[in-house]
Design a protein around this ligand. Structure first.
Ligand SMILES: [Zn+2]
Length: 109
């Protein structure tokens, strides 16, 4: 995976997508089992049960709501993604101009 971001204005997008990493594969890999077999009404504490979250939500919610929020977050990623792959980025933006500020400060980590 590679992460495209701007050193000037801090614009960024999701890691470049590939077969093994994209919003759909992420949801499928992380939530299919829980969606089919987990207790969806279990109250989860995001700070202890899901420590990798950015904790932007309230600290407790149902498992069902958490999965729904994750789907909404990934939907935003689909809407906002500009360069889906490294190849697309190189082809459409060879000068590495930031789509937000216009500076040639884009970098890939
Ligand atoms: Zn920028």
């Amino acid at each position: 995976m590679a992460y495209l971001h701007c050193h000037h204005c801090h614009w960024s997008q999701d890691d470049f997508w590939e077969e093994y990493y994209n919003p759909i594969s992420f949801m499928e890999k992380n939530y299919t089992k829980e969606l089919l077999h987990g207790d969806l009404d279990r109250l989860i504490d995001l700070q202890t049960d899901i420590p990798f979250t950015k904790k932007v939500f309230m600290s407790k919610m149902t498992n069902r709501e958490f999965i729904a929020k994750e789907m909404e977050r990934k939907a935003r990623t689909v809407r906002n993604m500009i360069y889906r792959t490294m190849e697309e980025f190189k082809q459409k933006n060879p000068e590495r101009k930031c789509p937000n500020c216009g500076k040639k400060e884009l970098d890939i980590d």
